[in-house]
Write a protein that binds this ligand. Structure first.
Ligand code: ADP
Length: 270
């Protein structure tokens, strides 16, 4: 068989490019939209900053970028030499989002190749500076952009966010399998909107109980923690000041701190 034909039939080997300027790249992923993935990503970023780490956030949610709103940012990033983007900085965290590059009201009706090229720009043409952790807020699901990341970008770990309903959990299982197949280490699962604590201290399990932890056990993944359904978390995100930054000693911020410490120690970065 000639070399040319041999090459045609050999499965394509993907080269995983590391993102420059960061020691560690973490993906925050969810199988469905609206489960609180972006809220988690941004609050985790500030929780890592609170324990002394240098952090950046890459909002890769091409179809629904939320970083501009959660951090109250609407400037255009500068470009250097016509080739590279300089991340914006908010409260000491470096940030980039597709939302900084397009008008807020422009619908994102891109097709596969355009999405992939946008992701390549966001991952290869941004000048991150001396980061310990780059947090990537992924688009929900297991489509083209997730696969591009999984196959072509060197990622050090993924965290999967879910809410406790059975409906959400079925998709989480698909997400776990995608990461396992593409060789990305799952650092753990997080149960968001896990419960509601009334003013009287009573706990209400609005979306069910224990499902995310059970899924973690079933797939032998770590369960990183439960985040309650809480108004302060939503309000602070709406006001452009994530809770872990605004009030680091709040009981919910401490849950994030605990998760940040677990993640940090899993990379022995002390
Ligand atoms: P996703 O990134 O998964 O689409 P978002 O982070 O944008 O989800 O969250 C969707 C909405 O739910 C936002 O309005 C956010 O403020 C709110 N939210 C997320 N997590 C919580 C929580 N634990 N408690 C209260 N509101 C939350």
């Amino acid at each position: 068989m000639s070399e040319e034909i041999k090459n045609k039939f050999t499965p394509k080997k993907f080269v995983k490019n590391p993102i420059k300027g960061t020691k560690c790249t973490l993906m925050i992923s969810s199988a469905k939209g609206g489960v609180g993935k972006s809220t988690f990503a941004v609050n985790l970023a500030f929780a890592l900053q609170n324990i002394g780490k240098k952090v950046g956030i890459l909002d890769a949610d091409i179809y629904g970028p939320s970083l501009p709103k959660i951090l109250g940012l609407n400037e255009k990033p500068k470009n250097e030499g016509g080739k590279f983007l300089v991340p914006l900085e908010k409260f000491g965290v470096q940030c980039i989002s597709i939302g900084f590059l397009v008008d807020e009201n422009t619908p994102m009706i891109w097709r596969g190749p355009m999405v992939i090229s946008a992701i390549k720009t966001l991952t290869q043409k941004v000048l991150w500076k001396d980061l310990d952790f780059l947090i990537i807020d992924m688009p929900p699901g297991t489509g083209d952009s997730q696969l591009t990341f999984a196959q072509e970008i060197k990622v050090d770990g993924a965290i999967i966010i879910s809410t406790p309903q059975d409906l959400a959990l079925a998709d989480v299982k698909r997400g776990i399998q995608m990461f396992d197949k593409t060789g990305i280490k799952i650092l753990g699962l997080v149960d968001n909107m896990s419960f509601f604590k009334g003013d009287d201290g009573k706990i209400y399990n609005i979306f069910g109980e224990g499902g995310v932890q059970k899924t973690a056990n079933e797939f032998k993944k770590e369960f990183l923690g439960k985040i309650p359904l809480n108004n302060k978390l939503r309000e602070s995100a709406d006001q452009g000041q994530p809770l872990t930054h605004k009030d680091p000693k709040n009981e919910i911020s401490l849950i994030f701190e605990n998760i940040a410490k677990k993640i940090n120690s899993s990379f022995n970065k002390d």
